[in-house]
Design a protein around this ligand. Structure first.
Ligand SMILES: Nc1nc2c(ncn2[C@@H]2O[C@H](COP(=O)(O)OP(=O)(O)OP(=O)(O)O)[C@@H](O)[C@H]2O)c(=O)[nH]1
Ligand SMILES: [Mg+2]
Length: 545
C-alpha cells in the first residue's frame, strides 16, 4: 500500500508540474512536449508509475530483438499489453534511428514512449484530466490513476477493470520480483535477459556444481541436504583408507566345560561327604536365622543391661561409674571410694583360695568335708579364669589360651566354708584321644557319684553356645540328680542382644530339665560383668551349710 501511495504522489507531482508549465509558459510546455517526444538525446524522460515496473531499454541501431520488459512474467495480461507496447516502441525507435542515426541508448517509460507517437492533442487531454483531478482535491485517486494511464494513449481503449488489474499485477510483481529488476543490465551493455531465463541458467549451474561435488550443500530442500550429507559420509568412508576391523568371533566348543559356569547345568558328582557338608551348611544357616528370630524375655534383657553384659565401650563403663583402670572393672562397686571398690560383698569369697588336692581318678578324690561347687565345661571355656575372678585371686588357678591345660580334678578350699573344684575340660584339647576319654570318664564319675557336691556350674561359651557334649553331661547330671547351673562365659565377646538371645535359647531348651538351677548366669572374667551376681548365688550354698 505504501508503494501505491508513493506512486500516486509521484504521479500527482508530475501532473502538477505539467499543469504549471502549461499555465506559465507555452515555451516551457513545448519544451516538455519535446522532451516527451524527443528521445534522440537519450535523456531520462519523466516517468509515470510504470517507470518502476517497466523499463524498456532500446539500443539504438542494435538488435531490436533484445528489447525486453522487466515486468512480471507471471502476469499474462500485462505481458500481452507489453508485447503490444514493445512493438510500438520498436517501431518508434526504428523511426528515431532512421531520422538521427545516433547509436545512443535511451531509457524511456514504455507508456510515455508510446505517447511519443501520439499527437499533442492526446497530451492536452492528459493535462486537462490532471487539472480536473487536482480540482477534485485529489480525493478520487482511482480516477486519477485511470486517467493517467489512459493519458498515455496506449491503454485508452481498455476497460477500467482491466487497467486496474494490470496496475495491481505490475505492483505485485515489482514488490516480489525486485531481484529480476536488479538483474537487468542498467549499465547499457545491451544484454538484457529475461529473469526466468537467468534463473534457469543459475539453477543449471548449481545442478552442475552439485553433480561435480556432492559436498556442496544446495539448500533446495531438507531432503536434498540429508542426501548430500549421506553422500558425504559415504564418500568419507571410501576416502578413509583405513582397513575395516573384523569382528572377533568367539567359537564355543559345546563339549568344553572350562568356559561354562558351574550352575549352567553341568552335573558334578559330589561325594557323600560333600553332600553332608552342604546339608550342614544349610542347617547352620537356618540355625542362624532361627537364632536371629529369638526374642529374649524382658527379665533377661534387664539382667544383661544391669550387669553391663556383652561388648561395651569403655566410655560407657566410665559413664556407669566403674573404674576402668582396674582389672575386671565391672566386678567393682560403681561410684564408691577406692576401699569400697576393692571390697567383695560376700564373705565366703573374701577368704583365701588354697589348692589342696588334684585327682586323676575317683580313688584319689579327697574326702568330702566342705560343700563343693564344681566348674565343668568344654576345654578353654574359661573355668579356671572364672575361679580366679570369683575370688579375685589371680594366679592361684592356672589358666591358658591353649585348650586342655587342666588335666586333673583340682580341689581348692575357700576358707573353711566352701570347696571349689576345677574340672578338666571335654571336647577339643591338645591331648591324646585315650587321655581325653579318661578325663571325660573321670568328670562323669565325679559329677554323678561325688558326695558333698552341691552344685555344678556348667560353663558354656556364649560365642558357641551349647554343644552335643554339653548335652551329654546335662543328661548325665539329670540322671544322677546333680544340681547344675548354666553359666555363660566370655560375654564380653559378643553384642548384648546376642548374649540375651543365647541365654533365652538355653533356658528354653532346658525348661523340661529338673536338676537345672535357675537363673541362668552370665559372666565375663575379663570385664568382671556378672561376677558379683554369681558370687551372690553361690554364697547361698555356703550359708545354707
Ligand atoms: N575375653 C575373655 N577371655 C576369657 C574369659 N575367660 C577366659 N578367657 C580366656 O580363655 C582362655 C582359656 O581360659 P581358661 O580359664 O584357661 O579356660 P579353661 O576352661 O580352664 O581351659 P582348660 O583348662 O583347657 O579346660 C584364656 O586365654 C583366658 O584368658 C572371658 O571372660 N573373656
Ligand atoms: Mg582350666
Amino acid at each position: 500500500m505504501s508503494g501505491e501511495s508513493n506512486l500516486r504522489y509521484r504521479l500527482n507531482k508530475r501532473l502538477k508540474l505539467a499543469s504549471r508549465r502549461s499555465k506559465n509558459s507555452k515555451d516551457e510546455n513545448k519544451k516538455f512536449e519535446s522532451t516527451l517526444s524527443n528521445d534522440g538525446k537519450g535523456k531520462l524522460k519523466p516517468m509515470s508509475f510504470d517507470r518502476k515496473t517497466k523499463r524498456i531499454y532500446a539500443e539504438h541501431g542494435g538488435t531490436n530483438e533484445e528489447v525486453t520488459s522487466s515486468g512480471n512474467a507471471k502476469a499474462p495480461n500485462r505481458k500481452i499489453s507489453f508485447k503490444k507496447g514493445q512493438n510500438q516502441v520498436k517501431d518508434d525507435v526504428k523511426a528515431q534511428t532512421n531520422k538521427k542515426k545516433s547509436p545512443r541508448s535511451i531509457w524511456v517509460s514504455s507508456k510515455i514512449e508510446n505517447s511519443t507517437t501520439e499527437t499533442k492533442q492526446s497530451y492536452r487531454k492528459l493535462k486537462d484530466a490532471a487539472e480536473r483531478a487536482r480540482a477534485s482535491n485529489r480525493t478520487n485517486a482511482k480516477e486519477v490513476d485511470e486517467m493517467d494511464v489512459g493519458g498515455t494513449g496506449l491503454l485508452k481503449k481498455r476497460s477500467k477493470g482491466k487497467l486496474k488489474d494490470t496496475v495491481d499485477s505490475a505492483w505485485a510483481s515489482n514488490r516480489t520480483k525486485t531481484k529480476g529488476i536488479d538483474e537487468f543490465d542498467v549499465g547499457g551493455t545491451g544484454s538484457l535477459k529475461k529473469p526466468s531465463k537467468i534463473k534457469s541458467d543459475k539453477m543449471k549451474r548449481l545442478d552442475q556444481c552439485q553433480e561435480k561435488s556432492p559436498y556442496v550443500s544446495i539448500s533446495k530442500s531438507a531432503k536434498k541436504n540429508v542426501r548430500g550429507r549421506r553422500a558425504l559420509d559415504d564418500d568419507s568412508e571410501v576416502l578413509d583408507d583405513q582397513p575395516k576391523r573384523k569382528k572377533r568371533v568367539i567359537r564355543i566348543d559345546r563339549h568344553d566345560t572350562s568356559n561354562k559356569r558351574l550352575d549352567d547345568g553341568i552335573v558334578i558328582n559330589k561325594s557323600a561327604k560333600e553332600k553332608e557338608k552342604d546339608l550342614e551348611k544349610k542347617n547352620e544357616m537356618s540355625r542362624n536365622a532361627q537364632f536371629r528370630a529369638i526374642q529374649p524375655s524382658p527379665s533377661i534383657l534387664t539382667y544383661v543391661e544391669d550387669n553391663l553384659l556383652g561388648r561395651r565401650r569403655l566410655i560407657e563403663l566410665r559413664r556407669a561409674g566403674y573404674n576402668i583402670e582396674l582389672s575386671a572393672p565391672l566386678d567393682n562397686i560403681p561410684f564408691s571410694t577406692s576401699s569400697e571398690r576393692e571390697r567383695i560383698e560376700d564373705s565366703a569369697f573374701r577368704n583365701k583360695l588354697t589348692f589342696f588336692a588334684a585327682a586323676k581318678s575317683s580313688s584319689s578324690f579327697p574326702p568330702p568335708e566342705l560343700p563343693e561347687i564344681a566348674f565343668a565345661g568344654r576345654s578353654n571355656v574359661g573355668k579356671s579364669s572364672l575361679l580366679n575372678a570369683l575370688t579375685r585371686q589371680w594366679g592361684i588357678v592356672r589358666t591358658s589360651d591353649k585348650p586342655g591345660l587342666t588335666q586333673t580334678i583340682n580341689f581348692f578350699n575357700l576358707g573353711s566354708k566352701l570347696c571349689l573344684v576345677d574340672l578338666p575340660g571335654y571336647g577339643f584339647a591338645y591331648a591324646k584321644e585315650e587321655v581325653k576319654d579318661a578325663w571325660e570318664e573321670l568328670v562323669k564319675e565325679y559329677v554323678s557319684t561325688r558326695v558333698g557336691l552341691k552344685r555344678v556350674c556348667l560353663l558354656i561359651d556364649t560365642k558357641w553356645g551349647m554343644k552335643p557334649r554339653d548335652h551329654e553331661l546335662i543328661n548325665l547330671m539329670e540322671r544322677s540328680q546333680t544340681k547344675y547351673q548354666i553359666v555363660l562365659t566370655k560375654t564380653d565377646m559378643i553384642f548384648p542382644i546376642d548374649v540375651a538371645r543365647h541365654a533365652m535359647q538355653i533356658e528354653e531348651s532346658l525348661k523340661a530339665n529338673k536338676s537345672v538351677v535357675q537363673p541362668l548366669m552370665m559372666v565375663s572374667s575379663k570385664s568382671g560383668a556378672g561376677i558379683r551376681s554369681l558370687r551372690t548365688v553361690l554364697s547361698k550354698i555356703a550359708r545354707l551349710m
